[in-house]
Design a protein around this ligand. Structure first.
Ligand SMILES: N[C@@H](CCC[C@H](N)C(=O)O)C(=O)O
Length: 291
């Protein structure tokens, strides 16, 4: 960022996966990785698991091709400043922001992401449903480890990479301060989001997650979808095989998400999305975070 003009921001969350939101319709703010990390810093910045840069698709080189289908592009960044292909909670919070700002009202809208155009529905009760597209399940055995324990994991790609491990107790995931090691390294050349899963009841699971670029978070939307997909394969409820939709309730530390996969593989995720604050970034501080 190289301007002293005050910059507006908002803060929002979806099941406590929290984001700094930076509206920048014309894509004029230079959000370097260092600036994103400073904004997401929980002590010296605003604080967030990630950042939602709100840009008109036509104004962003990565989204121009989607401009005819989606006016707005979610330029998502992880808390460490890295770029990710997709953020499921982020896209719901992004939609909530558009509604909050009067840029879109209740109903359906399309949002461009690096993972393609996503269709979002804002319900009257406030919950936001997003069409997440289809999962890919790359072949090959994967394991993840924490301390002395190692588990087999299911490789699920929701636009971004996930390793889903079923465990006996979520406490076995430990403190999750650092990324859980995985094997083989070739399974995830760009790193991975790791979900640890336990059963809660019929078609009901709970997870903890270590997110690539953010650390342990209180929710991960793409992660919850990956978990629902992996659990359906484990349970024999794969919709492509049974011909019936599979709906899973996924408890995350910050709330609950409901995921439905259709026989054609299309996945929908429903959950809350909240704007909690808005304000202005201090221009002098902005100058310091780019150094
Ligand atoms: N919290 C997000 C996922 C954000 C991206 C992820 N950390 C990655 O690097 O792939 C979600 O709700 O999906």
């Amino acid at each position: 960022m190289s301007t002293r003009t005050p910059i507006a921001f908002l803060k929002g969350h979806g099941t406590e996966n929290d984001f700094v939101i930076v509206p920048d319709p014309d894509n004029v703010i230079d959000l370097s990785p260092a600036a994103v990390a400073a904004l997401c810093d929980r002590r010296a910045g605003i604080g967030g698991d990630g950042l939602l840069h709100v840009v008109r698709s036509a104004a962003h080189p990565e989204a121009k091709g989607m401009a005819a289908d989606a006016e707005w592009f979610m330029d998502y960044r992880n808390g460490d400043g890295s770029i990710a292909e997709m953020c499921g909670n982020g896209v719901r919070v992004f939609a909530r922001y558009l509604q909050h700002a009067g840029l879109n009202t209740e109903g359906d809208l399309a949002i461009a992401t690096r993972g393609g155009v996503k269709t979002v529905h804002i319900a009257k009760d406030g919950d936001v449903t997003v069409g997440m597209g289809k999962a890919r399940l790359p072949e090959g055995d994967v394991t993840v480890s924490v301390g002395e324990r190692t588990w087999p994991a299911r490789n699920v790609n929701m636009g971004n990479p996930h390793a889903v491990a079923f465990v006996d107790d979520l406490a076995h995931a430990g403190d999750l301060y650092s990324p859980p090691p995985f094997s083989p390294a070739s399974a995830y050349p760009d790193g991975v989001n790791v979900e640890f899963v336990v059963d809660r009841g019929p078609r009901h699971v709970a997870l903890r997650v270590h997110e690539r670029g953010s650390g342990e978070t209180r929710s991960c939307g793409t992660g919850a979808c990956a978990v629902a997909v992996a659990t359906a394969r484990r349970d024999g409820t794969d919709p492509a095989v049974t011909g019936a939709p599979a709906t899973y309730t996924v408890d995350v530390p910050g709330g609950t998400l409901v995921i439905t996969e259709q026989p054609d593989g299309e996945i929908e995720m429903t959950g809350p999305a909240v704007i909690v604050a808005e304000g202005e970034l201090d221009a002098e501080w902005l100058e310091t975070i780019v150094r």
